[in-house]
Design a protein around this ligand. Structure first.
Ligand code: 13P
Length: 232
C-alpha cells in the first residue's frame, strides 16, 4: 500500500524538526510518502519515508515568480507530486488544462504525479462518476498510454475533506470500480475524512492501493494507530 501524508500549509520550522524525528521512528511494510509544505523539502532527511511535493509549476525553469519547477523538485530527490488537489482547483483556480501541463512536466523529470479527482458536493453515484470521468479525460488526454499508466489516481470527494468521516464503503467502492474500468493499470488511492477508526472499513475495499491523509498526517499518535489498524 502507498500512504501519502499531505501536511498542507502546516508546521513551522521547529515543529517540522520534531515531526520528522517522530516519523523517523516509524517502521512499516507500506510505502509512506510525505508531502510536507514545500518550504521544508530541502530539510527532509528520512530514510524510511519517500518524499513528495504538494505542488509544482506548470512551467519549466524560468521567469515564474514564486513557482517551483519539476526540475527543481527532482534535484531535491522528490519522487511524487500531488496535482489537481481540490483545494488548488478551488482556491487557485487550477483548471484541467493547467493540471495536465503539470502532469506532463513531472513525467518528463520522472517524478510520479498523484492526480487528485473528486466531486465537490455529495452527488448521486452516476453524477459522481460523470464528474470524475471528465476530470480524468481532460487531464490525461495529452499523455501516451505508457505515460498514463504512471499516474497515480487519488479519489478525494471534496465534501469529505476535513470532515473526519467518509461515505459508506459500498458507495466508495462503486466509484472506485468505475475509475478502475477506465484506468485498469493505474494505482488508486482514496482520501478525504480518513481517521484511525474508519480505516477499519476502508481497508475492506478491493480496489484500493493506498490512502491520502490530510489532518491525520499531522498527529503522529493517530497516524500510528491508523497504521496498526491497517496492518491488523
Ligand atoms: P483530510 O484527511 O483532512 O480529510 O484531508 C484529506 C486531504 O485533503 C488530503 O489531500
Amino acid at each position: 500500500m502507498i500512504i501519502v501524508l499531505n501536511n498542507k500549509s502546516n508546521l513551522t520550522r521547529e515543529e517540522f524538526i520534531e515531526y520528522q524525528s517522530e516519523l523517523s521512528k516509524i517502521k512499516s511494510k507500506h510505502n509512506i510518502v510525505l508531502c510536507p509544505s514545500i518550504i521544508h523539502i530541502a530539510n527532509f532527511y528520512l530514510e524510511n519515508i519517500h518524499l513528495g511535493s504538494q505542488n509544482v509549476s506548470k512551467d519549466k525553469n524560468g521567469s515564474h515568480t514564486g513557482e517551483v519547477s519539476s526540475l527543481q523538485l527532482k534535484s531535491f530527490d522528490v519522487e511524487y507530486c500531488l496535482v489537481g488537489h481540490s483545494e488548488r482547483r478551488e482556491e487557485f483556480n487550477e483548471t484541467n488544462l493547467v493540471i495536465s501541463k503539470k502532469i506532463k512536466g513531472l513525467l518528463e523529470e520522472k517524478v510520479i504525479p498523484i492526480l487528485c479527482i473528486g466531486e465537490y458536493t455529495k452527488e448521486d453515484l452516476d453524477t459522481t462518476v460523470k464528474v470524475l470521468k471528465k476530470q480524468i479525460s481532460t487531464t490525461l488526454k495529452e499523455l501516451t498510454e505508457e505515460e498514463k499508466k504512471k499516474v497515480i489516481i487519488a479519489y478525494e470527494p471534496r465534501w469529505a475533506i476535513g470532515k473526519g468521516k467518509t461515505s459508506q464503503i459500498k458507495e466508495i467502492d462503486h466509484t472506485l470500480k468505475s475509475i478502475k474500468e477506465i484506468l485498469p493499470n493505474n494505482l488508486l488511492l482514496y482520501g478525504g475524512g480518513i481517521t484511525e477508526y474508519n480505516i477499519k472499513d476502508l481497508k475492506k475495499s478491493s480496489f484500493l492501493d493506498g490512502y491520502l491523509l490530510g489532518g491525520l498526517s499531522l498527529d503522529i499518535n493517530k497516524f500510528k494507530k491508523f497504521l496498526q489498524e491497517l496492518e491488523k
